[in-house]
Design a protein around this ligand. Structure first.
Ligand SMILES: CC(C)(COP(=O)(O)OP(=O)(O)OC[C@H]1O[C@@H](n2cnc3c(N)ncnc32)[C@H](O)[C@@H]1OP(=O)(O)O)[C@@H](O)C(=O)NCCC(=O)NCCS
Length: 164
């Protein structure tokens, strides 16, 4: 039986995240990391991000093996709103891992972080990400015009949300 869990990210996850993220097939993910050292630096700031109620980042594990990442970013103007973001190693796509991880992190968001509203935002072409939101019963609220800046142009994004 495969077991999907989430836990706080560790500095020792840096090498795996670096490998997972630097995948040319991650066309809808804006994050690019230059080196394992840069990834370690990013991870080293997670504690501070939690302390300042800015973001809560988790490692997704499958039978204790690192397969991806999921986090909730808190809206700094409206701290009752969080936004979930995620990525999974391509070798593990299509197994329902992110769908389950969203359930786990959403529970933290609503029960521990006292959020009233959780959003998932994606490129309209990112069908896998949209499906993850739909499978978790997030409701489509619309298309946000010129929401993302990518390669020097403003692009639209889909907004999905769940409210308590
Ligand atoms: C988006 C992502 C995290 C999904 O992870 P995952 O673990 O494969 O997701 P799940 O298996 O839980 O669900 C994906 C669903 O999308 C479906 N799907 C995948 N590609 C699809 C496509 N091109 N069109 C329609 N559906 C698609 C899968 O079949 C699956 O649905 P199913 O369970 O009904 O078969 C993963 O593709 C990824 O890491 N992508 C790169 C990073 C990224 O884009 N992150 C999101 C930024 S908003």
């Amino acid at each position: 039986m495969s077991k999907i869990e989430i836990r706080y990210q560790r500095l020792s996850d840096a090498k795996r995240f670096f490998e997972i993220i630097n995948n040319p097939n991650f066309i809808y993910l804006d994050i690019r990391v230059k080196s394992i050292e840069d990834e370690r630096l990013f991870l080293s700031k997670n504690k501070e991000r939690r302390k300042s109620n800015f973001a809560y980042n988790y490692t997704i594990t499958l039978n204790k093996k690192v397969v991806g990442s999921i986090g909730i970013k808190i809206n700094q103007h409206r701290p009752y709103i969080g936004e979930i973001g995620y990525f999974i190693d391509e070798a593990y796509w299509g197994q329902g891992i992110t769908t389950k991880a969203v359930k786990l992190v959403e529970e933290i968001g609503f029960k521990k972080l006292n959020l009233k509203r959780i959003e998932v935002i994606m490129d309209p072409k990112n069908k896998a990400s949209e499906k993850v939101a739909i499978k978790n019963n997030y409701k489509k609220e619309g298309l946000m015009k010129k929401f993302i800046i990518k390669e020097n142009s403003y692009q639209d994004a889909l907004l999905y949300a769940k409210v308590l």
